[in-house]
Write a protein that binds this ligand. Structure first.
Ligand code: F6P
Length: 477
């Protein structure tokens, strides 16, 4: 790595690569799961910043290194950190609260202590890495205390925070015994970014009610004279880069190979998700199974490919979900599959970008049905890959992406009959209808890509507090 201090520092729980141990005891690096990495990677490649994060694994103590032109600074985690901070407070407490209580959150004081301690370590590492007056961009729910901790260590920095997942309504957030500390942690930033305007409004309302600061529209006025802005910046993808990949000959050949291997059915349905209970994988496969059961189609007409990327496998709820889905897939295939033609091809694995692009190209109907999702970049990736303007998207109303991709077949994922109707409509829609919808969605995704997202956040971050409109008004709400 060239430099020790940087003008742009990205701080996220995970590095873009994850160190995995192979069966023979050796190690390799693999792309980390999830939308955060998909979005930040292209931003980093165009800049000369540094990325601070966990390289995965227990007590992995590696020196800063460069991967794919990105300068990476690993932060090691002990077994206790993983249990208390990562699996515990981040994914056992915050994750379910921030996702509409889809699962039951647990509250443990020792998890909170671990969250505080690990956030402090991230803040200290960022303080060391940043140049005088540098910009530090902190990401996601695992690191909500870092902005305030970092400001205490380095008041000279410009600090941005972006939440990749939903921010809950006050009624849910208030359950958190540490609600005030979290709000104060976030207020260490100059700009707090969310996926949707409703999330920013939830935050502003909570700051007013729980911390007692004055607010006006999207601004918070702190007693020390600082102004914090909270606003929506809907995240996106590298649409042009992905489309270019999808257009390549190798991806076209692989897509044809996939369809062939599936038995060349009339329609291929596709789901790609981290194996997470918020994603609605079980209900969606059940809906598909019922359509087979009722004879709307058989495996010569339609098959479902479900990719479930392994995630948080030590957390009890994730293990239970895996077992439930395994059983359901086994049952549907047992009832409806034929030799060489399963109704559902279920792949519990992660795949490189090329393979994902080939899957998107091979799929006639993409099914994205989370119970709650900050954005869902898979939906946008599918649209970016359909350069011929064909294909159909069935999308949950409760994914952030639904606010932009209005021409998808929108569904309520809790309504199995509604989902069945949408799957059938997307399956049977004529070419004109599919093209009309897809073309409109493609305009949205290509015009609002990840570069535009990062630029609008960075421009706003550079601006907060410098406008007359940021000055405390005489009458405030
Ligand atoms: O986008 C939400 C998110 O939790 C990211 O913060 C995270 O990197 C990704 O999903 C994958 O989750 P995990 O890092 O727990 O595997």
């Amino acid at each position: 790595m060239k430099d020790v201090s940087h003008h742009l520092v990205i701080v996220a729980n995970r590095l873009p690569v994850d160190r995995v141990e192979l069966a023979d005891g050796s190690h390799t690096w693999r792309t980390s799961p999830g939308g955060l990495v998909t979005a930040i990677e292209p931003v980093m490649r165009h800049g000369d910043g540094v990325w601070i994060g966990w390289p995965g694994g227990v007590d992995v103590d590696v020196e800063p290194f460069t991967d794919n032109d990105m300068d990476l600074v690993p932060i090691s985690m002990s077994a206790e950190d993983i249990e208390g901070f990562y699996e515990g407070f981040s994914n056992g407490t915050l994750w379910p609260i921030y996702h509409d209580l889809v699962a039951k959150p647990e509250f443990h004081r020792e998890w909170w202590d671990s969250y505080v301690a690990v956030n402090q370590r991230f803040a200290e590492k960022a303080a060391e890495a940043a140049d005088e007056g540098a910009t530090v961009w902190v990401h996601d729910y695992q690191l909500q205390l870092v902005p305030q901790m970092l400001r205490t260590l380095r008041p000279d920095l410009r600090i941005g925070f972006y939440l990749h997942i939903p921010f809950p309504p006050a009624e849910l957030f208030q359950q958190l015994p540490w609600r005030r500390q979290i709000l104060e942690g976030l207020l260490g930033a100059d700009l707090v970014g969310f996926q949707l305007p409703g999330a920013a409004q939830n935050f502003i309302r909570l700051v007013r009610q729980r911390v007692g600061h004055k607010t006006h529209r999207d601004l918070v006025y702190l007693p020390d004279g600082r102004t914090v802005r909270a606003a929506a910046f809907p995240i996106s993808i590298d649409a042009a880069g992905l489309e270019e990949l999808a257009r390549s000959e190798s991806v076209a050949a692989r897509a044809a190979e996939i369809r062939e291997a599936l038995g060349n059915p009339r329609r291929v349905f596709l789901g790609i998700d981290r194996l997470d209970y918020t994603k609605g994988i079980y209900a969606r496969l059940r809906a598909f199974g019922e359509l087979l059961e009722e004879g709307h189609f058989d495996v010569e007409d339609a098959v479902f490919v479900q990719v479930a990327v392994p995630s948080r496998e030590q957390v009890e709820q994730y293990r239970l979900l895996r077992d439930e889905i395994d059983r359901l897939v086994g049952r549907i295939n047992g009832d409806h599959g034929r030799i060489g033609s399963p109704a559902i091809s279920y792949l519990h694995s992660s795949y490189p970008r090329e393979e994902m692009a080939a899957l998107y190209r091979a799929a006639d109907v993409m099914v994205v049905t989370p119970y709650r999702d900050g954005m869902n970049l898979v939906a946008k990736e599918y649209v970016a890959c359909r350069y011929e303007g064909d294909g159909a998207l069935v999308l949950s109303e409760f994914a952030g992406a639904a606010e932009e991709l209005r021409q998808a077949w929108l569904v309520n994922p809790y309504d199995i009959n509604g989902m069945k109707s949408a799957l059938l409509e997307a399956y049977g829609a004529d070419e004109r209808e599919r093209t009309r919808r897809m073309r409109a969605m493609r305009r949205q995704v290509t015009q609002h890509d990840v570069k535009a997202w990062a630029e609008s956040f960075m421009t706003e971050l550079a601006d907060v507090g410098t406008h007359e409109k940021d000055v405390r008004p005489a009458r405030r709400s």
